[in-house]
Design a protein around this ligand. Structure first.
Ligand code: HMG
Length: 392
């Protein structure tokens, strides 16, 4: 067995309700809440960046798993919003967490797929015997940013999800032989090196996502064999988890997958297998690399009285550009209890006005020093000195 042993989540301490954004932009509120399925988006402060979120999520994952930094032999940070063209976020995380010098650290970039790329590297590292008893730390950390007033604006968000990966997973055992891959060179979403906002061909990106879902599902079915070729194959999964740029995209993906599996009324299975995984993404927004794992956290934390122990789940990861993977796993006993407190942590977030959100958005471009009283959160981005980013 091999898989996810512990999970930590970090989100900024402020959010913007999308009803307020809709009112300011003059679009019907229902377009964002029903049309995209969103309720709020996390907004980072100038003290937050991809490094601080990654370090906070990683520290939480280690604490929740009772894992000491010395037990980590591989640390991969998946991100598409790194803070430096050369120095990896993983090195900052190593310093902030005190990971050992014997730890291999690197950053993985492939749009939203970078976190899954890190997870697959960690699984392969353990299976190959390179871990020699150590565990891997995979951190997915991003700040999703589109221009003010663009169609992508309501689909922003920020946050990090960290996963401890080990040979004795206490949350999800992943089936490595089921990983179906699909990749293709497409220009659906990109961010030139000199820009801080992403550019996107929005409707085309939705098509690319769905085409990649088809391709990864075909690849997965070819690996699983005859059982997966029969209609109703996905009935066996208690949960189906998708990359969630916004919840309606996961709903579209689910309808597509179930249609391909012979189900012409996917709404029923959507409620049973997908809905719980969207509760946290709905109030945090797109966290890019961490999105699929935020959906997993949401499923485990908000499935209430439904006992998922021993049940199987299907995972679909998509990164623009594009690369996608579809795989399966088994939920371990105790996984739900381990994450039951996550939603409560989001209730203490501060609600912003649109003016405050816009001021924070502009301040990020100029981020040199924090613009407000320090929050007390650890770690904080303090500014740039001598061209070097400083954290404290
Ligand atoms: P848009 O073009 O402004 O919206 O932006 P729309 O006109 O397509 O409407 C959206 C939905 O709202 C539609 O539902 C409308 O019918 C509905 P659908 O037909 O799709 O089911 N609607 C309403 N519903 C109720 N009441 C109303 C109303 N009006 C309309 N009054 C778009 C949408 C997604 C294009 C935009 O937000 C965008 O560009 N977002 C960023 C790109 C994105 O998230 N793409 C997703 C796939 S690519 C991906 O997931 C990768 C990514 O995470 C990046 C990475 O990999 O790194 C983005």
């Amino acid at each position: 067995m091999i898989g996810i042993d512990a999970l930590g989540l970090a989100v900024p301490d402020a959010f913007l309700p999308l009803a307020a954004l809709a009112a300011r932009r003059g679009v019907p509120e229902a377009k964002l809440t029903a049309g995209l399925g969103l309720h709020a988006m996390a907004v980072p402060s100038p003290e937050d960046d991809t490094v601080t979120l990654a370090a906070r999520a990683a520290a939480s994952a280690l604490a929740r798993g009772g894992v000491s930094p010395g037990e980590i032999g591989l640390c991969v940070v998946g991100t598409e919003t790194a803070v430096d063209h050369s120095k990896p976020v993983a090195s900052f995380v190593q310093g902030l967490l005190g990971l050992p010098a014997s730890c291999r650290v690197f950053e993985a970039k492939h749009a939203c797929f970078g976190g899954t790329a890190g997870l697959m590297a960690a699984l392969d590292w353990i299976r190959a015997g390179s871990a020699r008893g150590k565990k891997a730390l995979v951190v997915c950390s991003d700040i999703a940013r589109y221009g003010i007033g663009t169609p992508g604006e309501p689909t922003q968000g920020a946050g990090a999800v960290a996963l401890v990966v080990s040979e004795r997973p206490r949350l999800v055992a992943i089936d490595p032989e089921t990983v179906g891959t699909y990749s293709r060179d497409v220009m659906d979403f990109w961010r030139p090196l000199d820009r801080s906002d992403a550019l996107v061909d929005g409707h085309y990106s939705v098509e690319c996502y769905l085409a990649a879902l088809d391709g990864a599902f075909d690849a997965h079915r070819a690996l699983v064999g005859e059982a997966a070729a029969r209609p109703g194959y996905t009935d066996r999964f208690a949960a189906m988890l998708y990359h969630v740029p916004y919840p309606k995209m996961a709903q579209k993906a689910h309808a597509r997958l179930r249609a391909r599996d012979g189900d012409d009324a996917p709404e029923v299975s959507f409620e049973a297998k997908v809905r719980a995984s969207l509760a946290l993404p709905r109030v945090v927004g797109n966290v890019y690399t961490g999105s699929l794992y935020l959906a997993l956290a949401s499923l485990l934390a908000t499935s209430g009285g439904r006992d998922l122990a021993g049940e199987r789940a299907l995972f679909f990861s998509y990164g623009s550009g594009c690369c996608a993977e579809l795989f399966t796993g088994q939920i371990m006993p105790g996984a739900q209890a381990a994450l039951a407190d996550l939603p409560a942590a989001l209730t203490s977030r501060r609600e912003l006005t649109v003016d405050e959100y816009e001021a924070l958005f502009q301040a990020r471009d100029a981020a040199r020093a924090p613009a407000r009283a320090p929050s007390g959160a650890w770690p904080r981005f303090l500014g740039v000195e001598d061209g070097k980013r400083v954290y404290g």
